[in-house]
Design a protein around this ligand. Sequence first.
Ligand SMILES: [Zn+2]
Length: 180
Amino acid sequence: MASVVGHAIAAITFGTAFSKKIKNWKFWLLGIFCSIFPDADVIGFNFGVAYGSFWGHRGFTHSFLFAFIFACFITLIFYRKSIFKKKGFLYILYFFLCTVSHSLLDAMTTGGKGVAFFSPFDNARYFLPWRPIKVSPMGIESFFSEWGLKVIQSELFWIGIPCAIAIILILSLKKWILSD
Ligand SMILES: [Zn+2]
């Protein structure tokens, strides 16, 4: 994984593009939650689930199909009244983007196995061709170490800066479009 911080930054960046009318603290929190949830699969390590298997780390919970199902599920639970309206579609889209951003960032990290983007149809693991982000350690203790520090530095550079530029672009574009 990239770290929780890196994933959350991505969720915030996507959220910026959405209308103020659908955003409140719940929207942001759920977006961040979606951006980190795929790593719930690390629980499997405690139960002997093999890394490379369907439920293994970076397996099904990191796939496009899972992201779509999870986005629908979150919208159904938290925005049930809006689900068949335009708003509902926007919520599903946002939560989908947040969940998928997790897998894309993972596929750009330097370590671990690749990501099963196309699970359950194809359980092969993939990386993106470009992998500048230093892989984050799993445990909290190992995160507060020199490794953790290097991860933060690498994420600030490779996720933080591009996301800050994206946020500025999105906000300027919105202002420009809405100013007419
Ligand atoms: Zn992950």
